[in-house]
Every structure is written in C-alpha cells, then in structure tokens.
Design a protein around this ligand. Sequence first.
Ligand SMILES: Nc1ncnc2c1ncn2[C@@H]1O[C@H](COP(=O)(O)OP(=O)(O)OP(=O)(O)O)[C@@H](O)[C@H]1O
Length: 352
Amino acid sequence: MQHVASTPSGKDAPIVRLERVTRRFQQQIAVENFSLEIAQPGEIVGLLGPNGAGKTTVLRLLLGMLTPTSGSVALFGVPMTSAVRRGEALRRVGALIEAPTFYPYLSGRDNLRVVSLLAGLPEDRETEQRISQLLERLALPVEGPVAFKQYSLGMKQRLGIAAALLTEPELLVLDEPTNGLDPIGIVHLRELLRSLAQQGTTILLSSHLLHEVQQLCTRVVLLKRGQVLIQGEVSRLLQTQGVIEVVYETPEALDAAEALLQRTAQEQPAWIRQVRRAGSAASVSSAEARVADPCVLQIQAPITSSTEICALLARHALYPAEIRRRSISLEQFFLDQASEPAPTLSQAQRAL
Ligand SMILES: Nc1ncnc2c1ncn2[C@@H]1O[C@H](COP(=O)(O)OP(=O)(O)OP(=O)(O)O)[C@@H](O)[C@H]1O
C-alpha cells in the first residue's frame, strides 16, 4: 500500500494542514491559534494534553465536523470549507472520534457490512475478506451472531477501529484509541498501528497514555487550555528537556551553587527552567552518610546545555564533584509542562 498525498491536479500537498485555527464556543476558546502540518506519509503524530485541552476539538475541526471560528483547515490540499470537494478528501480518511456507535442488535460483521456499504465499497468477496481480516486482526468474533450490544467496552472500541480501517485509508484519525482496551489490547493496537504506518498510513491520534505515545509517535503536540505548549519530535523534545544533576561534596558549595542557579533561572527562564535539591545536606551528620546522601542539585534545562552550566559554575569557582545528564520520560516532561502556566507559542519555541 503506497500512499501519495496529491491534489486532483497532481501537485503534492500536505496530508494535514491546520493553519492558525481558533474555535470558540460562545465565550469559551476551545482551541486558539493552532497550527499543524503533516506532510510525511507514515508519520504517527500524537496530540497530548490534560482534560479539556482541546484535543478532540482539533480532530473534529480537521474532519470538518466543526468549522473554525478563524483560520484554515485542509486535508490532502482540499479546504474543509469546500462543501463540494471535502467529500473527496474525507474518502481518504478513516476516523474514530469519541465512543463508536453501531447497530446494537447486529453482529460485528454485519455492522462492518453496513459501514462498507455506506463507504461505497462493493458487496463482493474482496470486501467480505477485508471484513474477516479486520475482525481477526482486532481479535473480534469472526463467526457467530454475537450482537454489538453484547460486546465489552474494549471490543466496541476495537470494532470502531476496524470500521475506520475498512477503506484502507491513507490517513487514520483516532481519538483516544486505547479507551477501554486491556494491556494486551493496547499492545496489539500498538503493533497494528506501527505496521500500518510502515505501509504508509499516516496516523494522527490523541491520547492520555504517555508511555504509549512515547513508544508509538514520532511527533507530539502538547496542548493546554487550547494552546500549543510545545511540539516536536519525541526524541528531540526528551533530549533537549532533560535534567542535569550537579553533585557537591559540601553543603556550603551546594548552597552557593543553588543561589547562583536560581538567580540565573529567574533571569533566563528559557534556559534554566527549574532548580531543586535532591539529597538533603541538612540531614547529613556523618561523613559516611554524606557519601550515601550526596548534595545534589537537579536542574531542569536542555541537557545539551550541561557544558554551559559547568562553565557558569566554574566562573564562580563552584566546581562540582560530578555532573550527570538524565533524559526524562514523556510522562515527566508532560507533567512538568502541563503543571505550569501556559507560555506563548513563541516562548515555547524559544525554549527549544
Ligand atoms: N460542543 C461544545 N460546546 C461547548 N464547549 C465545548 C464543546 N466542545 C468542546 N467544548 C469545550 O472546549 C474545550 C476543549 O474540549 P475538548 O473536548 O476538545 O478537550 P479534550 O482535550 O479532547 O478533553 P478530554 O481529554 O477530556 O477528552 C473544553 O473546555 C470543552 O468544554
């Protein structure tokens, strides 16, 4: 399956393009000035953010389920405002937004038959085979009359994903796809999405499962209160936003280094974001305990800037006994970012 995002004129266009999109609900701003472009087939992009951050709103705007208050949305180069042409772009998309709904008294197979008819697929052997393959791949009953209403939450979610995949879409849009899935279901879904991406399917998903996103997505967009806090490649974000630990042998040196770094953090918050103590020197009473519980400062800063931090400390004759760089998990990164007041996008970009 080789996908090429091209306009009807044959000109390459980004698969997804949201440009400075704002969506208000009365006085409430759900999404503000949101931009995202996905041009690379096979990319997996994750939308992250706390409850109410605007993730579902972005996905609904992308699929034309909502119109933006301002800004523009295009799929495969087709503006979503074009009532005539947007159907043609949406035919290249499979989506699962919020809880999937199906006919309660029909089996999974019959429900997929209905979806395939609505999607314009022919009623032939090939479609039947595709339905069987998807039921099997998503660990759903292939035979038998088990009605949708008898499905567990996880089975319902898996049927929703099967329906989104029926037309072999070039772009898959999934809102919280792991909802209701047990750990085995999550692992299977991860493998499925990875193999689809390897075959060229582009995937945009929202998720709360940060560990999952870290393993699956190449790029993440972190939203908070409708604004983009930060976006970028997962590996780069984590590499640039680690923790640098400096170790001192005496509490006096630790105090002096902490004061210097706190001052620097106030003056240059885009460089040093936070300074905190790890081991407590005050509680250390013997030389032995001091070795076991060294005086450690943890500095939240791009880990690539450890040399500059060393140089700063050296200029003040505060030579650490040891300096080490620790990368962080996406979960820690998210908690650090989401717990702070939202900076503007330009501040966040400067921080990168
Ligand atoms: N139809 C609507 N009418 C009014 N407000 C809405 C509507 N849809 C969304 N909102 C508001 O917009 C904000 C963003 O909601 P959205 O559902 O996009 O967030 P989310 O990040 O998907 O949240 P969650 O993780 O809880 O699903 C919320 O404050 C929500 O209350």
